[in-house]
Design a binder for this molecule. Structure first.
Ligand code: UDP
Ligand code: MN
Length: 430
C-alpha cells in the first residue's frame, strides 16, 4: 500500500479494490432533493484533463458522470491526455471507452503542456453548449448536473461550481463538503476555503439551498457556457503546468461583469492530495510564481504589491508577455481590483485602504515585528528581521546552534504548515 501510494500520492491500492461504479451517499440538503428544473436545459460536454492518472480513479470519474447524469444533457465526455507516460492510458484506454454508453473521445497533447492548455484543447474540440471541467479523480453524485445547468440557462454569464466533497486520499471514504465555506485567497495568492460570511447568508435569506456567490473557485470543477467562455477570454494560455489559473479566471469573471457561484445542491467528490505526484518541468516554485505574477500583473492593479511584499523572491521570476491579456481586460472594460475587493470580497485579508507596506524594524537591534507564524488575532512577536516576507515556513538557520526562541518559532511554522497541509502545496516545510 505504501509503495503504491507514491505513484499517485493517494491510496491506489484502496482505489483499485473499489468498484468503478460504486454507490455513494446522497449528501444533499433535504431542500435540494425535490427541486424541479426546466426540461430544456443546455447540454454539456464534460472535459477531463489528466497527466499520469491512475486507471481506477480516471474511469471511476467517467463512470460516475455516465451513471449520474441524464444522458439527454450529456453531449460527450472528452479526455485530454497531457502527455502521460503510462501504457494503459494509450490504446487500452481508447479500447475501453469505445464500449461506453456515452460518446467518449480521447485526445492527446503532443507534449506536456499543463492543465491550462490541456483544458483549452479539450474545450476547443468539444461541442456541447456548456463545458464542464472535472479533475481526473472525481465522483459525481446523484443530481449533480441539473442544478449547475439550470443556473447557466438562467444567465449565461453565471459560472458555476459544485460543492466539492472530499474523497479521502487514504481510505477513499466519501465525505460531504460544507455548504458553509466558499473560495477566497491569502496574500500569497494561495486559494483557501473560508466561512461563508453573514452578508451572503442574509442575501439568500438564510436559504442554504440557494447558490452562494463566491469570490474565487478552487479551479478543477466548474461549468461555463461555451460562448461566454470565449467571450471572457477562456484561460491565459501563457500559464504553465498548474496553479494561478483558478484565481485568474475568478477575478476575470467578476471584474468583467460575470458571476461566480457555488451551487449548493450540486455535489461532486474530489481526491484531495497532500503532495503532487508529477514533475513540474522547470521547477515547482518557478512555475507557480510565474503564473501568479501573470495574474497579479494583469488583474490586481496596485494591490499586486501585497503579493510582492509578502513573497519578495517572486519579483525575480520572469512572467513573459502579458500584452494580449492586458488588452483583453481593456477590450472587455473590466472593473478595477479595488471594485472586486469592495463589492465581491470585502472580507478579504487584503486591506482596501492602507498607509504603508513594509516592515517595522528596530534599527539598533535589527529586530522586526513578526507574526511568529501565529494565527490571526494573536499577538505579534519580535524576531530577527529576515526580509522574507510572510514565507515563514521556508525560514532556514545558517547556524547549527538553535536558540530556544528560534526552536519554538520553527515548531510553530511547522504546525501552521501541517494544519494547512491539504492546501498549502506551494510552501514546503523547511
Ligand atoms: N494535470 C494535467 N497536466 C499537468 C498537471 C495536472 O493534465 O501538467 C491534470 C491532473 O491530472 C488533474 C488536473 O489537471 O486531472 C488537476 O491537477 P491536480 O489534481 O494535480 O490538482 P489539485 O486537484 O491537486 O489542485
Ligand atoms: Mn485534483
Amino acid at each position: 500500500m505504501k509503495e503504491m501510494f507514491k505513484i499517485n500520492q493517494f491510496n491506489l491500492m484502496a482505489s483499485e479494490m473499489i468498484a468503478l461504479n460504486r454507490s455513494l451517499p446522497d449528501v444533499r440538503l433535504e431542500g435540494c432533493k425535490n427541486k424541479l428544473y426546466p426540461d430544456n436545459l443546455p447540454r454539456t460536454s464534460v472535459v477531463i484533463v489528466f497527466h499520469n492518472e491512475a486507471w481506477s480513479t480516471l474511469l471511476r470519474t467517467v463512470r460516475s458522470v455516465i451513471d449520474r447524469s441524464p444522458h439527454t444533457l450529456l453531449e460527450e465526455i472528452v479526455l485530454v491526455d497531457d502527455a502521460s507516460e503510462r501504457d494503459f492510458l494509450k490504446r487500452p484506454l481508447e479500447q475501453y471507452v469505445k464500449r461506453l454508453e456515452v460518446p467518449v473521445r480521447v485526445v492527446r497533447m503532443e507534449q506536456r503542456s499543463g492543465l491550462i492548455r490541456a483544458r483549452l484543447k479539450g474545450a476547443s474540440i468539444s461541442t456541447g453548449q456548456v463545458i464542464t471541467f472535472l479533475d481526473a479523480h472525481c465522483e459525481c453524485t446523484t443530481g449533480w448536473l441539473e442544478p449547475l445547468l439550470a443556473r447557466i440557462k438562467l444567465d449565461k454569464k453565471t459560472v458555476v461550481c459544485p460543492i466539492i466533497d472530499v474523497i479521502s486520499d487514504d481510505t477513499f471514504e466519501y465525505m460531504a463538503g460544507s455548504d458553509m465555506t466558499y473560495g477566497g485567497f491569502n496574500w500569497k495568492l494561495n486559494f483557501r476555503w473560508y466561512p461563508v460570511p453573514q452578508r451572503e447568508m442574509d442575501r439568500r435569506k438564510g436559504d442554504r439551498t440557494l447558490p452562494v456567490r463566491t469570490p474565487t473557485m478552487a479551479g478543477g470543477l466548474f461549468s461555463i457556457d461555451r460562448d461566454y467562455f470565449q467571450e471572457i477570454g477562456t484561460y491565459d494560455a501563457g500559464m504553465d503546468i498548474w496553479g494561478g489559473e483558478n484565481l485568474e479566471i475568478s477575478f476575470r469573471i467578476w471584474q468583467c461583469g460575470g458571476t461566480l457561484e457555488i451551487v449548493t445542491c450540486s455535489h461532486v467528490g474530489h481526491v484531495f492530495r497532500k503532495a503532487t505526484p508529477y514533475t513540474f518541468p522547470g521547477g515547482t516554485g518557478q512555475i507557480i510564481n510565474k503564473n501568479n505574477r501573470r495574474l497579479a500583473e494583469v488583474w490586481m492593479d496596485e494591490f499586486k504589491n501585497f503579493f510582492y511584499i509578502i513573497s519578495p523572491g517572486v519579483t525575480k521570476v520572469d512572467y513573459g508577455d502579458i500584452t494580449s491579456r492586458a488588452s483583453l481586460r481593456q477590450k472587455l472594460q473590466c472593473k478595477p481590483f479595488s471594485w472586486y475587493l469592495e463589492n465581491v470580497y470585502p472580507d478579504s485579508q487584503i486591506p482596501r485602504h492602507y498607509y504603508s507596506l513594509g516592515e517595522i524594524r528596530n534599527v539598533e537591534t535589527n529586530q522586526c515585528l513578526d507574526n511568529m507564524a501565529r494565527k490571526e488575532n494573536e499577538k505579534v512577536g519580535i524576531f530577527n528581521c529576515h526580509g522574507m516576507g510572510g514565507v515563514l515556513c521556508k525560514h532556514k538557520q545558517n547556524n547549527q546552534s538553535v536558540s530556544s526562541e528560534f526552536a519554538t518559532y520553527q515548531e510553530r511554522c511547522k504546525q501552521t504548515c501541517q494544519h494547512f497541509s491539504t492546501m498549502e502545496m506551494t510552501e514546503p516545510i523547511a
